[in-house]
Design a protein around this ligand. Structure first.
Ligand code: 8YV
Length: 315
């Protein structure tokens, strides 16, 4: 019997088409009548495919009594109720490693864009203002401190890049890491106080919800820029808007938001903020590699073979 899958996110064709060739796919994301789809197909669904940012409520999973595997098209699985999955014996897989370099590149780009005013400089040329004089001076990165929140695979790749730019790297997280020489700072507030750039690179989810709050932003202060390539939920967005409006911090470079694709309107009008549409992993090469791994996880499971990328909690 061809296994049946429920698709709860918008998938690129290079993932969706191969999945359709092997599985009976039910497109819950595009369905006009989702309850009807669940009522008819739910009892037979054995696999679920979702995006990194997709929040999967347990009430949805309750309607999939035969569910065996959730394959996340993304490294972050903060939207998956992991404890619930453990209880029901549902395997959860994701796409680590293949996107690390691209996401780190993007974090580095945001540091460069915010420090060197590159968005404004580019507009300066297009608007013809250059003929009337030079653009404002900006800020050197060399010698400045990058404080990384969450030194996992992506955090380390960011640290290596920023170090190559001549920055000092410090970090905080649950514990010091043995394989790096960078300075460990035990608390986020102390890291923010030290940092010229506070780079958010930890997983999302309940444990990190609003970790970057008004107090952390106050510690970052007027010398500091917040960079976030991880999850919007890690930052208290209203507190960030307030800190930017009142000049508490210097600026922000954001690739992720709490309620994508909705961006808090005040941010859209700010010149000291660079806003990107969650494109950290959005290169052809990386999205293809993510698609291949997302599919390989399903294929291995349904073939009874070792699954390449289970999430660590359920490994
Ligand atoms: C993707 C991501 O945009 O990997 C993640 O956790 O957030 C991004 O790489 C997303 O997963 C695409 O569904």
């Amino acid at each position: 019997m061809t296994p049946e899958l429920l698709i709860t996110a918008r998938l690129p064709p290079f993932l969706f088409e191969p999945l359709r060739a092997r599985y009976a796919c039910h497109d819950h994301f595009q369905a006009t009548d989702q309850p009807a789809l669940l009522a008819t197909a739910g009892p037979r669904v054995r696999g679920l495919v979702q995006g990194g940012g997709t929040v999967t409520p347990t009430v949805l999973l309750d309607q999939l009594p035969q569910l065996e595997i959730i394959s996340v098209f993304g490294v972050g699985y903060d939207g998956v109720p992991v404890d619930y999955c453990r209880t029901r014996g549902i395997l959860v897989t994701h796409t680590p490693d293949v996107l690390t370099d691209d996401v780190a590149d993007l974090a580095t780009a945001l540091v460069l864009m915010t420090a060197r005013g590159l968005v404004a400089a580019e507009r300066f040329v297009r608007s013809g203002e250059w003929s009337r004089g030079g653009p404002p001076l900006t800020n050197r990165l060399g010698g400045k401190t990058a404080g990384i929140l969450g030194l996992g695979r992506i955090g380390k790749a960011i640290g290596r890049r920023l170090e190559a730019l001549g920055m000092r790297v410090a970090y905080t997280g649950r514990k010091p890491q043995a394989d790096v020489a960078w300075r460990y700072v035990p608390t986020l507030a102390a890291l923010a106080a030290d940092a010229d750039f506070l780079v958010v690179a930890c997983p999302g989810g309940a444990a990190t919800h609003h970790l970057v709050d008004a107090g952390v932003l106050a510690a970052l202060g007027a010398k500091g820029t917040l960079i976030n390539i991880a999850r919007g939920t890690i930052v208290d967005e209203p507190a960030l808007v307030d800190a930017l409006q009142r000049g508490v911090i210097r600026g922000a470079g954001l690739d992720v938001f709490a309620d994508e694709p909705n961006v808090p309107p005040p941010l859209l009008a700010m010149d000291n903020v660079v806003l990107l549409p969650h494109v950290g992993s959005a290169t052809r090469e990386t999205r293809q590699a993510m698609a291949d791994l997302c599919r390989a996880n399903l294929d291995a499971w349904f073939a009874g073979q070792p699954v390449p990328a289970r999430i660590p909690e359920l490994a």
